[in-house]
Design a protein around this ligand. Structure first.
Ligand code: SF4
Ligand code: SF4
Length: 148
């Protein structure tokens, strides 16, 4: 993780229960991984020996580097509370309208269909929220970061 990125999101959580500091987009892990991959390509001379391996001669290294550069620059998230995530996230809109910081504060959580687009992960998040009912957002974030 990148310390600067983590520090920007460590106090944030989505109402859906995602602790932004534990998210690899929020804490800079994805961007950092792309940076390291780029270093490894150069450091281990991968471009030079790849053509001797099956399929290695067909790779487009300029495109690979362009993709990694894009990830280094853009694969990060400001955090849910600062507008990260999908701009039209229904969970954020609904909980905001109801005045909840976390959906664990909502009596309708069990039957809520706003999590459906997250598929199985949505069910997992609901379970985590259910298990942590009663915690303030600060307590919730602290617990999630300790568990990550
Ligand atoms: S944008 Fe939506 S899904 Fe993403 S963290 Fe925020 S509430 Fe959760
Ligand atoms: S209905 Fe309740 S649980 Fe569902 S998104 Fe809105 S606030 Fe969250």
């Amino acid at each position: 993780m990148k310390e600067g990125d983590f520090n920007q999101v460590k106090d944030q959580a989505g109402p859906c229960g995602i602790a932004c500091g534990a998210c690899v987009l929020g804490n800079g892990t994805i961007a950092e991984t792309a940076e390291k991959t780029k270093e490894h390509i150069t450091g281990y001379g991968i471009k030079e020996w790849a053509p001797a391996t099956p399929g290695g001669g067909d790779l487009n290294w300029a495109e690979t580097e362009r993709t990694l550069d894009w990830m280094i620059q853009n694969a990060n998230c400001a955090g849910c509370e600062r507008g990260g995530g999908p701009p039209d996230c229904a969970i954020r809109t609904c909980s905001g309208d109801k005045g909840f910081e976390l959906c664990s504060q909502c009596d309708g959580l069990d039957d809520c269909s706003e999590f459906d687009w997250l598929q199985d992960y949505g069910k997992t998040l609901k379970g985590i929220l259910r298990d942590n009912r009663g915690l303030s957002k600060e307590e919730y974030v602290e617990r999630q970061l300790a568990n990550s």
